[in-house]
Design a binder for this molecule. Structure first.
Ligand SMILES: C[S@@+](CC[C@H](N)C(=O)[O-])C[C@H]1O[C@@H](n2cnc3c(N)ncnc32)[C@H](O)[C@@H]1O
Length: 256
């Protein structure tokens, strides 16, 4: 951590203004918009001044050891894909100061929302990838992450857009590769079609086991799982909370 390398500020500004973009790893763009309303001056300052020191530099090759991203030693690293306005990530980071948090979100207004909480709460255990999570996940060292959250991912309801859904065989492979054996993968949605889709793919993936034993395990929110603004809208129905465990042979993981 510390001072961003020279040129990093300019790179981030270009990325966030949409004048450059990390090329999609497979030609497919998963996320929707990168910009919402014009940022208020204070939030724009956070994007300009704080983000460059928290944004993760993706190496051209080689792997990122995520625990090395933090100024202080961390006992574990947790990953959140698509953190939205960042309220879940900030809540977790506040309650787990010994864990390092890596959040991915290409929507600039969401990134500014998380930066605001990082600054207000004085969080020293957060790093940000303000872009497509797929590139970061691909760069993470095998078996280096203790927990991953993909909460209320975009449902892409039209059949012709289903291939944009984040939870899919390729991303489950990628998550299985970077998660430690026994690590948790937490998924949530209020969209019954997406819930069925995520269950179908994650339950048949050899690297994951669904922990639920009874209906209340997926219907009731676990205590350590705060509501997000998106969840409160309950657009399609009551939310469903799915907890999977990374299973399988760690040696096969390292080879993958
Ligand atoms: C429906 S919102 C939910 C946000 C948040 N998880 C919540 O519960 O409030 C989905 C978020 O995922 C982000 N997203 C979509 N595709 C992504 C990707 N490939 N990498 C990282 N974030 C992504 C979107 O920008 C959006 O903010």
């Amino acid at each position: 951590m510390g001072a961003p390398r020279p040129g990093r500020r300019a790179e981030i500004r270009l990325l966030l203004t949409g004048r450059t973009d990390t090329p999609p790893t497979d030609g497919q763009r998963f996320f929707g918009r990168r910009h919402g309303r014009r940022l208020r001056a204070g939030r724009q300052r956070l994007v300009d001044d704080l983000l460059p020191s928290l944004a993760i530099d993706l190496p051209p090759d080689g792997a990122i050891a995520p625990d090395s991203l933090f100024a202080r030693p961390v006992g574990d690293v947790w990953l959140e894909v698509g953190f939205g306005a960042g309220e879940h990530l900030a809540w977790q980071a506040c309650r787990h100061p010994d864990v390092g948090f890596v959040g991915c979100e290409p929507f600039v207004n969401g990134v500014a929302g998380l930066l605001d909480q990082v600054a207000r709460l004085g969080l020293g255990n957060v790093r940000i990838h303000p872009d497509d999570a797929r590139a970061l996940i691909a760069a993470l060292a095998p078996a280096s992450v203790g927990r991953a959250f993909v909460l209320f991912p975009d449902p892409w309801p039209k059949r012709r857009h289903h291939e944009r859904r984040f939870i899919c065989p390729a991303q489950l492979d990628a998550l299985a590769r970077c998660l430690k054996p026994g690590a948790e993968l937490r998924l949530a949605s209020d969209d019954p079609g997406l819930v069925d889709w995520m269950l179908m793919h994650a339950r048949t993936h050899p690297g994951f086991r669904w922990r639920a034993r009874r209906a209340r395990d997926w219907r009731q929110r676990p205590d350590d799982w705060p509501q997000t603004r998106y969840e409160l809208k309950q657009l399609k129905g009551p939310p469903v909370f799915l907890v999977f465990e990374r299973t399988g042979d760690p040696l096969a993981l390292a080879a993958g």
